[in-house]
Design a protein around this ligand. Structure first.
Ligand code: SF4
Ligand code: SF4
Length: 319
């Protein structure tokens, strides 16, 4: 029986995903994450509450619109800088959001028909989610796909996550959970019987370095991975390849050794090269992106690290 009271907060839902598990998948991105990876390309996933985003390019200017100016209970929105229109024949006045006053109530986003101001983070009930999931069942059946619950860190909304997984399994839908593995065992254990596959991030094995760069130690993550294997979980391991952090031969040897300890539970290792496409998303939140002195790794480096892990007996793909 579906729980009609419970809600989960999501920042995105993407159909036709082909990199989040087998076949064609519906990927559900839950909001909120306890880690702070400086290379995060989905900064809108980090905070737990819904947040106001600002996409300057969509604002048509207060001369033609100005709908947002008088709706803010906090008086956080005022006329801002001038800007030439893309055609360059007109000047418009944008708005400024004073983030120190904004409490993310969303009233301005409701008023902004251009979607220059929009909220990120939507609450769904299980019925809402399953209604969306069921639309894609024909694609799942044709391709051997299913549902992947991702984030943020979906283990931070454990009740809703468990309910989605249970409901999907009851309807014969393949389930995957994309996770950092950073959660109490009490949260992970209940979802094991309803999760066909875990997509587990592995960002490094050195606990001090992990804590210094990401904000939390990885000891809990590594311990959870071993316990999950003992409980019969299946894995795809995802390694974000970050220059100057975890791209060295030494770091890959350490990660390879750890993955080998997980044995046959690991179907494949995916290498995800760092990219800087998330920068624009930090701008929309009007937050400073963390300083990360990294450029995307070269093809040669990616191939070398792939071969390094393959030489250790692992099956590896590059995304
Ligand atoms: S989200 Fe609410 S508080 Fe923030 S700027 Fe918009 S109307 Fe004002
Ligand atoms: S409501 Fe939207 S489009 Fe209109 S002035 Fe405000 S931000 Fe710009």
């Amino acid at each position: 029986m579906e729980n009609r009271e419970l809600t989960g907060k999501f920042y995105d839902i993407q159909g036709f995903s082909v990199h989040d598990g087998p076949g064609i998948r519906l990927t559900l991105f839950m909001k909120g994450c306890p880690l702070r990876c400086p290379w995060c390309h989905s900064p809108e996933s980090q905070a737990f509450p819904s947040e106001l985003n600002w996409m300057e390019i969509k604002c048509v200017g207060i001369e033609k619109c100005g709908n947002c100016l008088n709706v803010c209970p906090q008086d956080a929105i005022t006329p801002g800088k001038m800007k030439k229109t893309p055609a360059g024949d007109e000047e418009i006045t944008l708005v400024t959001v004073d983030r120190s006053r904004c409490d993310n109530c969303g009233k301005c986003a409701e008023a902004c028909t251009s979607k220059a101001l929009y909220m990120c983070g939507t609450d769904y009930t299980i019925d809402d989610i399953m209604e969306r999931v069921r639309r894609d069942i024909p694609f799942f059946k044709k391709s051997g796909g299913g549902v992947t619950v991702s984030g943020g860190e979906c283990l931070c909304q454990p009740e809703f996550l468990l309910e989605i997984l249970k409901t999907c399994k009851a309807e014969g839908i393949h389930t995957a959970v994309d996770t950092t593995g950073f959660a109490k065992w009490d949260v992970i254990e209940p979802i094991l019987p309803y999760t066909d596959l875990f997509l587990l991030d592995l960002k490094g094995v050195d606990p001090q370095l992990h804590k210094r760069i990401i904000g939390v130690s990885n000891e809990l993550i590594l311990e959870n991975a071993k316990k999950m294997v003992a409980a019969g979980a299946k894995f795809q391991i995802r390694i974000p390849v970050i220059p100057l952090y975890n791209d060295s031969v030494k770091a890959f040897n350490e990660m390879g050794e750890f993955i080998k300890e997980l044995g046959d539970a690991v179907e494949v290792v995916q290498l995800l090269p760092y990219h800087s496409l998330g920068t624009v998303k930090w701008e929309r939140l009007q937050k400073n992106a963390p300083i990360l002195e990294a450029t995307p790794p070269s093809d040669e480096l990616m191939q070398a690290r792939k071969k390094q892990l393959e030489d250790m007996g692992l099956s590896v793909i590059i995304h």
